[in-house]
Design a binder for this molecule. Structure first.
Ligand code: BV8
Ligand code: ZN
Length: 261
């Protein structure tokens, strides 16, 4: 959801939050599809543009759907991959990379599979739901970034010829153990926790803000809409990440200027 510049400008960035960010020891940020919205990557739940609006998640983002019709699921991801390849990190992604460079410790936990945080320069990125840039062989588990989109969809594993699938976590699948363990450890150690651009309905990622609060973190939500997590937050910034995050980072570190965008 794109907010007009003037609307987002009217949102005050609380001085108390700026101070907390300046003094934070370990900043942890959880992101969802909303942070990539301003890069032109459709989110999941927004009716008019959300990916779900055109497809039913049970229909496509599950092992059953892939078993039933591998070509159709592969083509949905191929369509999303070409959208993502055309997208660029936006001012929100870049502001988080600037934040990472300025705080003592920083952990970026993302539910997104678009690798835009890495392309924006974030190093410590924990991918809870995998990445659309990688595929995995259903037979030998080989992970690859190299395949040719051709007549045969899904393409074949370069190692054993088995069928490739996107290296993402589908509904009903367990999250990668290491990624989840790292995300929980960071969340428990955070003194400042941001939840940015997520509808906070998909578990176990949606459980992280409450965990952070229970372990003593100050919690912040950046989202134009309310979510089930909004009530538990210390700070709620009801706006677009691409507009709010650069203003917050510039307020905390005046030497940093938001990228022209
Ligand atoms: C698991 C990867 C167990 C693939 C995704 C009932 C039946 C079946 C399952 C369940 C059930 N109840 C609960 C479950 C568990 C299920 C779940 O939580 N379901 C939900 C729907 C109820 N979870 C799972 O299945 C997980 N696995 O539980 O396994 C298990 C354990 C052990 C062993 C075996 C099994 C797996 C979940 C991961 C699924 N994969 N993605 C793909 O991308 O195709 S989830 C998918 O939704 C994305 O990853 C996405 O990140 C995630 C959440 O969506 P959001 O990121 O929040 O995006 P959304 O569109 O929803 O919201 C966007 C937000 O941004 C909005 O709030 C909007 O206001 C805001 N916004 C818009 N513009 C902006 C903005 N914000 C800021 N700035 C802007 N400019
Ligand atoms: Zn293989």
């Amino acid at each position: 959801m794109m907010m007009s510049e003037s609307l987002a400008d009217r949102i005050t960035i609380p001085e108390a939050l700026v101070e907390t960010l300046r003094r934070a020891e370990h900043v942890v940020v959880l992101t969802g599809a909303g942070i990539s919205a301003e890069s032109g990557v459709p989110t999941f739940r927004e009716a008019q543009t959300g990916l779900w609006a055109q497809y039913d998640p049970a229909e496509l983002a599950t092992e059953e759907a892939f078993a039933r019709d591998p070509r159709r699921v592969w083509e949905w991801y191929a369509w999303r991959r070409q959208l993502i390849n055309k997208a660029a990190p936006n001012a929100g992604h870049l502001a988080l990379a600037a934040m990472e460079a300025r705080v003592p410790r920083f952990s970026l936990i993302t539910q997104n599979i678009d690798e835009l945080h890495q392309r924006a320069g974030c190093h410590e990125t924990i991918e809870l739901h995998g990445s659309i840039g990688r595929s995995r062989c259903v037979r030998c588990d080989e992970i690859t970034r190299h395949w040719t989109e051709g007549e045969e969809a899904p393409p074949r594993c370069p190692r054993c010829g088995g069928m490739l699938r996107p290296d993402v976590v589908w509904f009903g699948e367990a999250l990668p153990f290491d990624a989840l363990a790292k995300a929980v450890a960071a969340t428990h150690d955070a003194d400042l926790f941001f939840s940015v651009g997520t509808s906070s309905v998909v578990y176990p990622a949606a459980a992280l803000p409450l965990e952070a609060i229970e372990y003593g973190a100050t919690a912040v939500e950046i989202n134009p809409e309310e979510t089930p997590a909004t009530v538990m937050m210390d700070f709620v910034l009801p706006g677009a990440a691409g507009q709010i995050l650069p203003r917050l980072v510039a307020a905390a570190w005046p030497d940093w200027t938001a990228p022209a965008g």
